[in-house]
Design a protein. Structure first.
Length: 384
């Protein structure tokens, strides 16, 4: 008898894949069009189940609550919720039909011990323990939760809870945004390739500040202070369509969300083709709260130069773990806090990827801040 979890994992991989024929394509209908309507909040903090894929992604660094804000972090964390629409060839009028799936990844990077603790989950959407509400960010997958409300100044406040008995950690945080949501690209329309519809709706909440508690099975309980970043994206053709060799087809991406020590923030990404060439690049810089400068967008203005690589003993993929990146705001150096931060999620989304804490410096080596680096497609094409 086939176990429930492996069967759902294969179903998730099929839903994430763009290689198969969707119900729309089978019926001869045109591909879905991503809406360019102006974003409205709090509604657009919520789910968009009409789109093929959506995620809410929270990353950050943790320091002892008694430590100074400028000290080296002790830990990093990630909690990502995915909602995936699965087009059934024959729609079923049943709550048990897997038309929408929810997946989640959670991880703790222990910088002192240079170890990564991680877990993953996968359930059908629609029951009490697997929900992504439309009205606002209210996400639940088992006992993993992310909820948004209005906090100080009317800006976002997020409550986060993730617990893994298997991986030996629990984290509970309250995170406050210092500014209104950052709309990436053109008012939240973020190009991911040369095609106009090769895009996502993309909202970020950088420089989240908060407190909470971290519990480690091998490490005890501690009160922590967090500096974090939230991304919310939804799309129908994030990596483009067609064969891998087509000019608009990406197999993965390199992405950075950087909270800089001066209160500014920087988003940097590039979409990579199978031969390593760049399909598209983009990102933004945002001034600190109350400072002049506003927001500067970086579409097709970035150059990523890998300086060092690490080879995973699990996937055998080679990941760049040190970078020089040229941006309109100057050249920065990005280096992983430690190399072994690959996350093996073959039992949920179906592919390993690298996700971890990174420090940022200028060309002279002066510290600028901390953030998260994500690299996908090095262990095979992302089935997204």
């Amino acid at each position: 008898m086939i176990g429930r979890r492996p069967a759902l994992a294969r179903l998730a991989a099929a839903a994430l894949s763009t290689g198969g024929m969707s119900a729309r394509a089978a019926a001869g209908l045109a591909p879905e069009t991503l809406s360019a309507a102006p974003l409205r909040f709090p509604r657009d903090h919520g789910a968009h189940p009409e789109t093929r894929v959506e995620w809410w992604y929270v990353t950050g660094v943790l320091r002892a609550a008694s430590g100074s804000a400028g000290s080296r972090p002790d830990f990093g964390f990630q909690l990502t919720f995915f909602r995936v629409r699965h087009d059934l060839a024959r729609p079923l009028a049943s709550a048990f039909a897997p038309g929408q799936l929810m997946l989640a990844h959670a991880a703790i990077s222990d910088l002192g011990r240079q170890r990564l603790l991680h877990d993953q989950r996968l359930l059908r959407h629609g029951f009490a323990n697997a929900r992504a509400e439309r009205e606002d960010t209210q996400l639940r997958l088992g006992d993993w939760r992310l909820r948004r409300s209005d906090g100080p100044g009317g800006f976002s406040r997020y409550a986060l809870l993730m617990h893994s008995e298997a991986a030996g950690f629990a984290l509970e945080l309250t995170l406050d945004a210092p500014q209104a949501p950052l709309l990436q690209g053109r008012a939240g329309w973020s190009r991911k390739g040369p095609g106009e519809q090769q895009a996502s709706r993309y909202v970020s909440e950088p420089q989240l500040d908060g407190t909470g508690r971290l519990v480690l099975r091998e490490g005890g309980t501690r009160d922590v202070r967090a500096r974090a970043w939230l991304d919310h994206e939804w799309s129908n053709q994030y990596l483009g369509r067609g064969a891998d060799a087509s000019p608009d087809r990406a197999v993965g991406w390199d992405w950075l969300g950087l909270n800089l020590d001066d209160g500014s923030s920087m988003t940097l990404f590039r979409m990579r083709a199978g031969d390593g060439s760049v399909v598209w690049s983009g990102g933004s810089w945002r001034a600190p709260p109350g400072a002049p400068g506003g927001q500067v967008d970086f579409e097709q203005q970035l150059h990523f130069e890998p300086l060092a690589v690490w080879k995973s003993p699990v996937s055998l993929a080679s990941y760049p773990v040190r970078w020089r990146i040229r941006t309109p705001r100057g050249v920065i150096l990005v280096e992983a806090a430690f190399a072994a931060q690959e996350i093996d999620t073959r039992q949920s989304t179906g592919f390993p990827y690298w996700e971890g804490v990174a420090r940022v410096a200028d060309e002279a080596g002066r510290a600028l801040g901390w953030g998260y680096l994500e690299m996908t497609g090095y262990a095979g094409r992302v089935p997204l």
